[in-house]
Design a protein around this ligand. Structure first.
Ligand code: ATP
Length: 312
C-alpha cells in the first residue's frame, strides 16, 4: 500500500499594496504646545507602491526587500511592526504575524513610505486576524502611528489639517503624471522642521484660501494650472540642509515641467509633466543630468491601502 503524503496546510497569507504620496501644497503654521506644527496640506496618492505580505506566524517578525531595504529597521521601531502591535492591542488579539515589506517608495524621501507600510499592515492584519475593524477604527489607529498614515490608508486626493492627519476628501478629475528625482541621502522630517523654525520663527497659521487656485485646478483636471499652484513651505528648509536639491529643481524647469516641488520634507523632487509621455521626458532629463540617484515616474491620484490577494 502506498501512502499519499498529506499536503501541509497552506499558510494564511494576505498581500496589501499602499501608495506613496506627493504634497501638492504644504503650508506650515506655528509650532503647537505638543511640539508639532499645524499644517494645511493637499495630498495626492501616486502610483509608487509599498507591498506588505502578512503571513500567520507564532511571533511578530519583519523582513524587507527592494531598493534601499538596508536603510529600513527590522526591529520594533519599524512602523509596520508598530502598526501590527497597535491593531492587536486594540482588537484584543495575541496572534503573531510575519510581515514582508517590498519597498517601492523611497526611504526617508518625503513620500511617506513608512506610513504606507503602516497603513498596509493595518489592512493586512485586520484581514489576517479577522478583526473586522471599520474604516473609521483603522483611520483612528493610523493617526496614532503617524501624521501621514491616515492618508496612506485613504489615498486619492485629500486636504490634511492638524498634523496632516485630519482628512477631508478633495475632488480631482483626470490623471496627473509625475517624474521623481530620488536621492540616496534621506532627509529627517524633524531636521527639516527645525531648519524651518530657524528660517521662519514667527510662522502664522496657514490660510486655506491660499490653495483655492490649486483646488480649482484639481477639479478642472488642469495640469497646467496645477503646476503653477504647487507649493511647499518646507522647500527652503530642505534646500538649506541639502543645497544640491537646487539642481533637480532647475533641471525639471529647463525640461519644461509644468511645476516642480520638493515632496513633503524632501529630498525627493517631484516634477509635473504635461502628459505621461512628457513625464518620461522629465525623468530622462533627471537621468541624463546625473542629479538623481534614482528616477521614478508615476501618476495620480490612486487608491489607498488595498488587499491585492489573500489565500482564502
Ligand atoms: P514622510 O514623508 O511621512 O515624512 P518619509 O517618506 O520621508 O516620511 P520614511 O521612509 O517613512 O520617510 O522613513 C523615515 C525613517 O523612519 C527611516 O529613515 C527609518 O529609519 C524609519 N522607519 C521606520 N519604519 C520604516 C519603514 N517601514 N520603512 C521605511 N523607514 C522606516
Amino acid at each position: 500500500m502506498t501512502l499519499t503524503p498529506v499536503a501541509p496546510l497552506p499558510e494564511h497569507e494576505v498581500k496589501v499594496r499602499a501608495p506613496g504620496k506627493v504634497n501638492l501644497s504644504l503650508r506650515v503654521g506655528p509650532r503647537e504646545d505638543d511640539g508639532y506644527h499645524a499644517v494645511s496640506t493637499i495630498f495626492q496618492a501616486v502610483s509608487v507602491f509599498e507591498e506588505v505580505v502578512a503571513t500567520s506566524s507564532e511571533h511578530r517578525t519583519l523582513s524587507v526587500s527592494g531598493p534601499q531595504a538596508e536603510l529600513v529597521p527590522t526591529d520594533g521601531t519599524n512602523l509596520a511592526l508598530r502598526a501590527a502591535d497597535l491593531l492587536a492591542e486594540h482588537a484584543g488579539v495575541d496572534d503573531g504575524v510575519h510581515l514582508h515589506l517590498t519597498k517601492g517608495v523611497p526611504v526617508a524621501g518625503g513620500m511617506a513610505g513608512g506610513s504606507a507600510d503602516a497603513a498596509a499592515t493595518l489592512v493586512a492584519c485586520d484581514a489576517l486576524w479577522r478583526t473586522g475593524l471599520s474604516r473609521d477604527d483603522l483611520l483612528e489607529l493610523a493617526a496614532q502611528l503617524g501624521s501621514d498614515v491616515p492618508f496612506s490608508l485613504a489615498g486619492h486626493t485629500a486636504v490634511g489639517s492638524g498634523r496632516g492627519h485630519l482628512l477631508t476628501a478633495a475632488l480631482s478629475r483626470g490623471e496627473f503624471h509625475w517624474a521623481f528625482a530620488v536621492q540616496d541621502r534621506g532627509l529627517s522630517t524633524a531636521a527639516v522642521y527645525a531648519a524651518y523654525d530657524d528660517l521662519h520663527g514667527g510662522a502664522v497659521p496657514p490660510d486655506p484660501e491660499d490653495d483655492v487656485p490649486l483646488m480649482q485646478a484639481l477639479r478642472a483636471g488642469d495640469p497646467r494650472a496645477l503646476g503653477a499652484a504647487l507649493h511647499n513651505d518646507l522647500q527652503m528648509a530642505a534646500l538649506e540642509l541639502d543645497p544640491g536639491l537646487a539642481e533637480p529643481l532647475a533641471v525639471a524647469q529647463d525640461a519644461g515641467a509644468l511645476g516642480v516641488v520638493v515632496s513633503g520634507s524632501g529630498p525627493t523632487v517631484a516634477a509635473l509633466g504635461r502628459s505621461r509621455q512628457h513625464a518620461l521626458v522629465l525623468a530622462a532629463a533627471f537621468t541624463a543630468s546625473g542629479v538623481a540617484d534614482r528616477v521614478l515616474t508615476a501618476s495620480g491620484p490612486v487608491a489607498g491601502a488595498r488587499v491585492v490577494s489573500t489565500t482564502d
